[in-house]
Write a protein that binds this ligand. Sequence first.
Ligand SMILES: Nc1ncnc2c1ncn2[C@@H]1O[C@H](COP(=O)(O)OP(=O)(O)OP(=O)(O)O)[C@@H](O)[C@H]1O
Length: 453
Amino acid sequence: MNPSHDPVRDELFDIFESSFDEILVTDAKGVVIRVNATCRKNYEQIAGGLVGKHVKDLEKMGIFYPSATLKVIESLQPIELFQVSNTGRYFHVRTKPVFHSDGSLKSVISYSRDLTELMQLRNKIEEMEDELATYKKELKEPLEFEGLISKSEQMDKIMLLVRKIARVNSTVLLLGETGVGKSKIVRLIHQLSNRRDQPLNEINCAALPEQLIESELFGYEGGTFTGAFREGKKGLIELSNHGTLFLDEVGELPLAAQGKLLHVLQEKQIRPVGGRSPISLDIRIIAATNKDLKNMVGRGSFRRDLYYRLNVVPIHVPPLRERKEDIVPLTYHFLDYFNQLYESNVRFSPKVLQAFLGFEWKGNIRELENMVERLVVTGDEVVTLNDLPTDMLEQEITEAGTTLPEVIEEVERKMIVQAYNKDKSTYKIAKMLGISQSSAVRKVRKYIEEERD
Ligand SMILES: Nc1ncnc2c1ncn2[C@@H]1O[C@H](COP(=O)(O)OP(=O)(O)OP(=O)(O)O)[C@@H](O)[C@H]1O
């Protein structure tokens, strides 16, 4: 179009031409009468010229589909739709009818905005959200059964065994270090068994003095003690009839009590308190220990016959460091729990989770649980490596350091973190560590700020 010597017309034309949106105008029949530069740029070559063509033909050629103009001509209403071009681009199209003063249709104007990049980004985000959901599912949806998390192969096997033995009455012996979850498994076995509506009674053989263990287990007659206990008391064995009796730390059971227990297990009956006639026992025994019972048998501190009576179905629960796949799911499990309990929203940086994988966890799951609680209560919103207790990081150094430079770097990081926790000033840190301030600035950036990011 040549300059018209009408400045307003020229200006409107410039606006029309320079629009980033495609503008396409047709007459009342749908024949293109005007297109702007963006439209020409996108289609002219493919369509071999747009002006003079009917939108139906352009639709057939796949230049755009569906044609919004045709719909407007039909309905005489403005419409809005999404279109795909034959080059695979997405458009958001808004099309309006323009009327003569007598109400008849004069022309149809379409404005199309290219949303291809936006759609690609949206698809990418959706893909990433799907991926994230899958990872989260993997991490957060390990088998959780009655609050018991298991992701590792070892725990899978144990869970399988637990389901099997829950159905029968065999005596079970749980073996494993402290805090590996033996008691939790006992509760699960009871819960899954048909004794679940009967009592599960627990006695910790390490927590009570010898005489009390016996009276707890076997009860005592009235008159044995004075005062409040004068009446006599039923023992846990009698109270557990038809249910489950859990003997925790069974390795600590005194020899005399071991003998009495064996007798009860062999006879399958107990003489109830009060001298009444013996009652037959229908009781499931589950015992647990972190001691090497076999070794104790060899040394004579545990009765061999009782050991065999208890060791019908042994379950070895491995320490956490030998089933690292459980560490992250357990961490998330406890993190969710304590965040809810303390109404907080603490998260762990990936490096913290990484470090957790390297720790020894001598106290196993109990130690991990306590650590997560401590970090939720004391930490900021995002817990970083610097929030972990120094003794844990020391452990990490020995674990992480396979080469000298790695060990040196870990030591350096630890010293910087410690100094930084004492004083945030790089001047003071430089003085504390006997390095230049510029070196302190560099190292703080490396070990504190980058880790925080
Ligand atoms: N698989 C698990 N999923 C979730 N929590 C667990 C799991 N295993 C253990 N825990 C939790 O860890 C803590 C320690 O577990 P538990 O008391 O069962 O260990 P234990 O082996 O019986 O220890 P100890 O030998 O010292 O008695 C408990 O708070 C328990 O709820």
